[in-house]
Design a binder for this molecule. Structure first.
Ligand SMILES: [Fe+2]
Ligand SMILES: [Fe+2]
Length: 232
């Protein structure tokens, strides 16, 4: 006969963390496919599916100090989009549900527009992307893959929180960008609208709210990334 106290304690105990044998490892083909995507994201010129939102804006004159600051901001945003590609690829690879895989891949396609637009703006300003992009990509991919291993609802929760934090970050850039820099502002505005939609999609698909310490850790990590990417 089972002991009722033992049964109660067993029910109250937190679930055991997944063991190594629970983890799903991708096939060699999938790994090679991911390496190919990573190299394309990092080395090939990104091509947008939608027109650049800055296409019909007038180029405002920027003072040297302002220009350097705008280049820093657009480099940070470009890094954010490198990370978005990597995160969504990692999440898509880890998901076992074809519909969720498609959802993450669709989000990655829209983020590819952002990647192209921020790259184009950096080129126009004579700026360069972050030298640490391969490191950002690898870190974000690993994060996306781990989130995906925790199940689609957690993975969607991670997506919703990421998009919420990116929206806040873009709002801060809209306050900092010079008012005459209509081109950068148009790009950041459209990105913000898209990120809001990505967040809503994640919520509608059943995102789990992440615990506060996880949200705080994500904020801390993005602070490190934005600070470094502004300069390097
Ligand atoms: Fe984006
Ligand atoms: Fe997004």
């Amino acid at each position: 006969m089972s002991n009722p106290l033992f049964s109660l304690l067993k029910r109250m105990a937190p679930p055991a963390p997944p063991s190594l044998s629970d983890l799903k490892f991708p096939s060699v083909d999938s790994v090679l496919n991911e390496v190919d995507k990573a190299l394309r994201t990092l080395a090939a010129k990104p091509v947008a599916n939608r027109p650049n939102p800055s296409a019909h804006t007038h180029e405002g004159q920027l003072a040297d100090g302002e220009k350097a600051d705008v280049i820093g901001m657009m480099r940070v945003n470009h890094v954010g989009e490198i990370c978005a590609q990597a995160l969504y690829q990692g999440q898509a690879l880890a998901s076992a549900d074809p519909a969720k895989k498609a959802l993450f891949m669709h989000a990655a396609e829209e983020e590819a527009d952002h990647l192209a637009w921020t790259q184009e703006r950096l080129d126009e300003l004579g700026g360069r992307p972050s030298l640490l992009n391969p490191i950002w990509y690898a870190g974000a991919f690993a994060l996306g893959y781990v989130a995906g291993q925790l199940g689609d609802k957690v993975s969607l929760g991670f997506m919703a929180e990421t998009e919420r934090q990116v929206e806040q970050h873009l709002n801060s850039h809209l306050q900092r960008l010079p008012s005459q820099d209509l081109a950068s502002r148009a790009i950041v505005e459209q990105m913000k609208m898209d990120e809001i939609e990505h967040g809503k999609t994640a919520q509608a698909e059943g995102a789990t709210a992440l615990p506060l310490p996880v949200k705080m850790a994500m904020t801390g990590m993005s602070k490190v990334m934005t600070t470094l990417a502004h300069r390097i």
